[in-house]
Design a protein around this ligand. Structure first.
Ligand SMILES: Cc1cc2nc3c(=O)[nH]c(=O)nc-3n(C[C@H](O)[C@H](O)[C@H](O)COP(=O)(O)OP(=O)(O)OC[C@H]3O[C@@H](n4cnc5c(N)ncnc54)[C@H](O)[C@@H]3O)c2cc1C
Length: 505
């Protein structure tokens, strides 16, 4: 029987930060199957540092973005714990960008009433933080990483999570742990157009739900307003921080359209900007709007946003010179596995943190750059709770044999997973986007249920079938939650039943 003290599923910022906050005498195993979204983070981490700013203002901005449906305790915990976590990151060696006076430089992003987003490597905050933390993980003797491994099931015994079933190199294995942490990120890749890494399908949320774990707010998928369609591959995020330094949005007639819509104009909360762009795209029938930086110096933009500059330059677009075509795409998962502020779920010894968790901190819409902070603050809390609970936790001593349905019968790879995934992405994109109609949601539901029934028969034949089954299930969770609730943030539910075509997302 293979065991470990702490099993962390996910090697993004949330999982990594939990691991680094655990003592070195604990045996930790980390599991991952695709690249993390954490490395892609551009804009930075929101924290109120300046004398003229305050926790209260950051809290108020978070509540305003979340339509005041946030869990206030979670918001306070997030914001008031930020200085300690940033201090820890600095101690670990993260170098945040500085201004001329050698203070940490903070910038403005959508929905913030004060420039409070700190960053590293210009627009490569995620990469800068993660490369350093990854080194620490690699050199820690008590941490083992199983990469290319897919979580398939949670093993639960008497309301306690005691292990997982996973697949690596075609072999199904079971690993038992005293503490299990879900840090599996979001589900943007359920959509055809997303800023997320391929593989960010939220499968783990469905797996948790099958094991009886409570989930909530699955309807809230945040669409980022400004993604650029790369010539050679998918969508590339253009950080809100560019609008923070003054970039405008223009319609097909090269006119600004945010001015009459919100006092913060281009820096209104994300859902408002995304919906405005959606409406412009609908009315002009152009598949995008433009980001205009022509009034800002190229040299400054190149230094401040080096990665975006380089990426656009490859497509012959120069910041400060050319208009950049942008469109909203699926970006961030607000709902997920229900947890308290220590990351505890309704199953004993099962925790969740980072994007996969739902503490209610974001309410109906996430404030920009609060999510890396969420990984740090709640990741730290999870580690603390594991430590305080470790002595009282033990694995059941009797022999645990996995039930039969874990014995997948076929080992040959199936092509069906990719076909199913593309079909599901099409459904989610067409019917479950920024603007949602009841009849379209019902249509999505019936298509997904049909596929679910087909897959039920073969679910345990091959790992790929199980993965397809998880994808349909997580999509259904989003659709059913959207059908059951009125919209408050992130997306808009239209009363009328007809749907005009949604071209971009
Ligand atoms: C392009 C982009 C830019 C962003 N910019 C910012 C920003 O500037 N500021 C900010 O605050 N936020 C930003 N965000 C959001 C933020 O990056 C994420 O919310 C955060 O990094 C999520 O971290 P995480 O550790 O929860 O998940 P991830 O970093 O996504 O890690 C998920 C991990 O789980 C593993 N995993 C998932 N499912 C399974 C499975 N079934 N089996 C095995 N392993 C699994 C993956 O392999 C991966 O290791 C951005 C997001 C994107 C996509």
């Amino acid at each position: 029987m293979k065991t470990t003290d702490v099993l962390i599923i996910g090697t993004g910022l949330a999982g990594t930060y939990v691991a680094l906050n655990l003592p070195s005498n604990m045996e930790i195993t980390m599991l991952c199957h695709h690249s993390t979204n954490s490395t892609l983070a551009q804009g930075g981490i929101a924290i109120s540092l300046d004398q003229k700013d305050s926790f209260e203002a950051h809290i108020e901005d978070t509540l305003t973005a979340g339509r005041h449906t946030n869990n206030l305790e979670a918001v306070k915990t997030l914001i008031e714990s930020a200085p300690d976590q940033i201090h820890t990151l600095k101690e670990l060696g993260v170098e945040f960008d500085q201004d001329a006076q050698q203070n940490i430089h903070a910038t403005l992003e959508g929905g913030h009433s004060y420039p409070r987003v700190i960053h590293a490597g210009g627009d490569q905050t995620g990469q800068s933080v993660m490369s350093l933390l990854d080194q620490k993980i690699q050199s820690a003797k008590n941490i083992r990483i199983l990469s290319g491994a897919s979580l398939l099931e949670l093993v639960v015994d008497d309301q306690q999570a005691i292990g997982i079933v996973y697949e690596k190199n075609g072999i199904i294995q079971v690993l038992y742990a005293k503490h299990i942490v879900m840090a599996t990120g979001g589900l943007g890749d359920l959509y055809e157009h997303t800023t997320n890494q391929e593989g960010s399908t939220g499968e783990a949320i469905a797996i948790a739900a099958f094991a009886g774990v409570k989930c909530q707010d699955m309807r809230y998928i945040q669409f980022h307003p400004t993604a650029y369609k790369n010539k050679d591959k998918g969508y590339f995020l253009i950080t809100e921080a560019i609008r923070g330094v003054g970039a405008y949005l223009l319609d097909a007639h090269k006119k600004r359209f945010m001015e009459p819509l919100h006092p913060l104009k281009e820096l209104a909360p994300r859902d408002i900007v995304s919906k405005a762009i959606y409406d412009v795209i609908e009315s002009t029938q152009e598949p995008f709007v433009y980001l205009d930086t022509r009034h800002i110096q190229t040299a400054y933009l190149k230094e401040r946003f080096p990665n975006i500059y380089k990426t656009l330059e490859k497509d012959n677009l120069i910041l400060g010179v050319d208009l950049i075509p942008v469109t909203p795409v699926a970006h961030y998962t607000i709902g997920g596995i229900c947890t308290d502020l220590m990351g505890r779920t309704n199953l004993n010894n099962l925790y969740a943190c980072g994007e996969v968790a739902s503490t209610g901190v974001h309410g109906a819409n996430r404030l920009a750059s609060n999510s890396l902070l969420e990984c740090l603050v709640f990741g730290k809390n999870v580690a603390e709770h594991i430590v305080s609970n470790h002595e009282h936790t033990s694995l059941p001593s009797y022999s645990m044999n996995p039930p039969n349905h874990w014995k997948y019968t076929k080992t040959t790879a199936s092509q069906n997973y990719l076909i199913h995934k593309a079909y599901i992405q099409e459904i989610m994109t067409k019917h479950v986007g920024i603007v949602r109609y009841d009849n379209q949601l019902k249509l999505a539901k019936s298509k997904l249920i049909r596929l679910l029934h087909q897959l039920k028969k073969v679910r345990f034949e091959h790992v790929d079938h199980a993965k397809s089954y998880n994808l349909v299930s997580i999509s259904l969770m989003v659709v059913e939650d959207a059908l059951a609730h009125e919209s408050l943030g992130c997306h808009y539910k239209e009363k009328k039943s007809e749907k005009k075509g949604l071209k971009s997302c």
